[in-house]
Design a protein around this ligand. Structure first.
Ligand code: C2G
Length: 446
């Protein structure tokens, strides 16, 4: 019996896929089809896949050509599969010509003719509305955001707003978009908005955008107190709009996997989460300016708090802070959040340097994410018996903002109003803790 194997994503299964599967099957007697898992595709930069793995497997089965369907989940799996299933022929479309010659060592490699004029990308683009995105603010993060939108389908940056006409013009020229310094003119030109303005302005801008019926992705810190967060989420809900906190780490593949591994009990019961983040800055800069809500807490707490609430939840019983201030801003803050069955702490610096790692301790072991943990691409699960330790590697592509943009678009397109990667209650809890610090609740100066 001649066994043939082929692999693919098979998103929005089309005639090109069907022709390929038919040709592959005709090369032998038994066809195994490897369908990529969602995380494998994300890891190889395919962020726009529409159908999930179950839907794609069903579509491949429905063609009637596959005798067996398997899931492809890691690089190098093809070599394992060929040996495991005793495969005679590896077949793939000739858009991959030459790329799989290394498999000749294990079986015969055949590149089959690709069907011209059709592809999943084409179908995705045809069926998808392209949302016009407007950016409020034209600072560092906004500059990094624009190129990241280019790898996500269904969105095009059209306009930038900054009340300072010179600043918006300069940004617009650099990115080939329209500049606005009048909010009303700007908001009518766009469908969705990314708020990347100074911290103190987030609340007003988000509110204005929601009142204009626009979906909003808001940079961190989303807002600086719980009341504002509650009001904005309520407004978004009333108007059936997506409001999402742009806590980039929450949406990246590796961090998501840390949370699911920990929740599945891999380190036992979680007893402690420690998250640190420090970035030293030199004056003059917004981070050191009290008028612009500078300081380590406002600047860096959102990501550390995101990790804590994602792992331990929002039902803490007390929160306290130790802080070192200089010229009206905290250059270092350490916070402790106690839960009924666990404790957690975060350490933040803008004028003090500390190790920026994340350690999640449990009754059976711990997860160690080295600095900079918030750009998560690697972590290790460690145990007393070191032979059981396991390292996990992921890609963290580009600036890492593509994952939040992809999630934002997916929520809009699929009419989803809540996201399990950072839900509304968690986002409100983050604002609540930042608000407690800004109100001086349980804050000790050192
Ligand atoms: N294909 C084709 N004609 C098209 C489009 C795709 O023959 N018009 C073929 C591809 O060459 C591939 C298969 O259909 O053999 C699946 O294509 P995709 O779903 O795009 O998957 P791909 O990204 O090519 O994954 O491990 C995964 C593999 O490396 C291939």
């Amino acid at each position: 019996m001649i066994k043939v194997i082929t692999y693919g994503t098979y998103d929005l299964l089309h005639q090109g896929h069907i022709n390929l599967l038919r040709r592959a099957k005709s090369l032998g007697d038994y066809l195994i089809v490897g369908v990529t898992s969602d995380s494998f595709d994300r890891g190889r930069g395919k962020l726009n896949v529409r159908n999930n793995v179950l839907e794609r497997v069903e579509a491949v089965k429905a063609t009637g050509y596959a005798d067996e369907v398997i899931i492809e989940d890691y690089i190098g799996q093809k070599i394992d599969d060929i040996q495991k299933y005793d495969v005679d022929i590896f077949a793939i479309g000739n858009d991959w010509e030459g790329k799989f010659d290394y498999l000749n060592e294990y079986c015969k490699v055949v590149y089959l003719p690709r069907t011209e004029g059709i592809s999943s990308t084409m179908l995705r683009e045809e069926s998808q509305e392209v949302y016009r995105l407007g950016i409020i603010g034209s600072g560092r993060i906004a500059h990094r955001f624009v190129p990241e939108t280019k790898v996500v389908n269904g969105v095009e940056v059209k306009a930038v707003f900054n009340p300072d006409a010179k600043e918006s013009k300069c940004f617009a020229i650099k990115h080939g978009i329209e500049a606005y310094s009048d909010f009303d003119s700007f908001i009518h030109q766009v469908d969705i908005v990314y708020v990347a303005s100074p911290h103190m302005t987030h609340y007003d801008y988000v509110k204005c955008c929601l009142l204009a019926n626009k979906h909003v992705l808001c940079e961190i810190p989303f807002v600086l107190c719980k009341e504002q967060a509650l009001e904005l989420y309520r407004l978004a809900e009333e108007r059936n709009l997506v409001l999402m906190e742009a806590s980039k780490t929450a949406y990246c593949p590796a961090f998501g996997h840390i949370v699911t591994l920990v929740k599945s009990g891999i380190i036992g019961d979680v007893v402690d989460v420690k998250a640190s983040l420090s970035k030293q800055v030199l004056p003059p800069t917004r981070e050191l300016d009290p008028i612009q809500a500078g300081g380590a807490m406002n600047e860096h707490a959102p990501l550390c708090l995101m990790a804590i609430v994602r792992l331990l939840g929002v039902d803490w019983h007390d929160v306290s802070f130790h802080t070192k201030k200089e010229n009206g801003v905290d250059i270092y803050t350490q916070g402790v959040i106690n839960y009924p069955h666990a404790t957690s702490s975060f350490t933040l610096g803008i004028g003090v340097k500390t190790e920026g790692n994340l350690v999640i301790s449990g009754t059976k072991g711990y997860v160690y994410v080295p600095a900079p943990w918030w750009l998560t691409d690697f972590f290790e699960v460690r145990y007393e018996d070191q032979t059981k330790n396991k390292k996990f590697f992921y890609s963290y592509d580009g600036e890492g903002l593509r994952y939040e943009i992809q999630e934002f678009l997916s929520m809009i397109v699929n009419n989803r109003r809540s996201c399990y990667k950072l839900c509304r209650r968690e986002s409100e809890a983050i604002a609540e803790i930042i608000g407690k610090y800004n109100n001086g609740e349980n804050v000790t100066e050192i």
